[in-house]
Structure formats: C-alpha cells, structure tokens
Write a protein of this length. Sequence first.
Length: 264
Amino acid sequence: MSTERTIRLVLEYDGTGLSGWQRQNNAPTVQAHVEDALSSMLGRAVQIVGASRTDAGVHALGQVAHFRTGSSIPPHGFLRGLNGKLPPAIAVVACAEVRADFHARFDSRGKHYRYALHTRAARAPLLRERAWHCPRPLDLAAMERAAQAMLGERDFQAFRASGCTAKTSRRRVDRVALSRPAADLIHIDVYGNAFLRNMVRIMAGTLVDVGLGRLAADEISSILDSRDRTCAGRTAPAHGLTLVEVFYPAETPSTTTVPPSPQG
C-alpha cells in the first residue's frame, strides 16, 4: 500500500522583486523558492502546484499549493521547516495533510482578489508597492455602476491579456465590491470562479477609467460584447493586486493546520 501523502500549504508573500509564481530560468519566483526549500528538507526534488499563477509583482495573502511526499514529517514540521528556509518575502501560514487526490488548482471553486488604489494627491512611499497611486478624483458611484455590469457568467475576451492560453474566455464573476477602508484608499474586491490572465487588473484599470470619466459606466456591456481588448480600459499595475483567498468545497483536513503551542 502506498504511503504517499498530500500536503496543502497556504502561502503569504510580497510579490515585490519576485517574477511571479511560476518557476522560470534565472529568475526568483515563489514556486522556485518553495520547491527549493522543500527539496532541501527532503533531500530530493519536489514539485508543488499552486492554485493561481500570480504575475510578477502581485502579492498573496492566501495562495494555496500542494505537493505529494512519502515523508513522515508532520504538517507542523513542514510549516516550521519551510519558514526557516524561505526568504523573508514568503511565508507558509498554514499546512495540512489532505485527501490523497486533492489538487490546489483543479479543486478550486473560486478566488478572491483585491485591487488597492491610493487616491491622495501626494504619493505614499509606504504604499508604493501595495497600491496604484491615482491622485485625480474618482467618481466612485460611476465605478460601482460599472462594476455591476461585470457580474455573471460572461465572455471576458475584452478583459484578457494577449498570450493568455486559457481554452475559453467565459468566466463567472460573482461579486465586485468597492470600499473605502481609509479616506485615501479604495479597495476593489473581485470574487469569481476563475480568471483569465490579467483579467482582474484589466477590470481594475477599466473601473479607474470610468472613475476618471474616460469611459462611461454604461459602456461596460458593449465592451464585453465587443470581445475586443482595445475597447476596455488599461491594465492596472501588478503591485496593486493581492490574491486574498482561494475557495474549496468543505472538507476536513486529516491533521491540524497550525503548529502546536510552545506549552504543548
């Protein structure tokens, strides 16, 4: 009987200075750092699979990945061991043993992304890699109307980057919520079943163009119908985007997802 186990990781990372999730030759990526740390722990090459292939500069609070191993190291051992080897920009925040056939990407039922806009006239040095600086006034009400036109299962070809390899451009957007957590900060929270390459960034850029009056809120439906990328707004910069959470069907991990306390 096989003793191979499947381990699920939840990762948080600062995408600044990283070339995205996917391993590349001669470039620092999240996947490469985690795989190298695992290989160092286990003494052999290990491949991990991530739920989202985030682009260079994009951050994560809840990226999910899995790997398979014959090791008997418990989940809290992987959590502590990996965090001792990973660079400061990457952390494993949870670790669990899950069912053998769990797949971080294909089992996902949805994702939550957040795009941050900084709207103060003066730039904010501490937010320069966390939010897109948009110093001109934005019409939030118009942006909210435009956001509602993006909901539902639609053909998002107009919000798809060139080079996207997805077989279909149909995606379902369940919610787009705009909020002001601070006077000079706007969050655009996007929930959907799956996303095309740069789709959330193009949605955010289009909403900003609506807020600036460059596009009208009632143009969104015709932009979607056009299937023409040049009709939508600009692609917002990568550094304002964060993968907040990946959603899965309810399941009970076979082991604890957090390390035991020092007291036992």
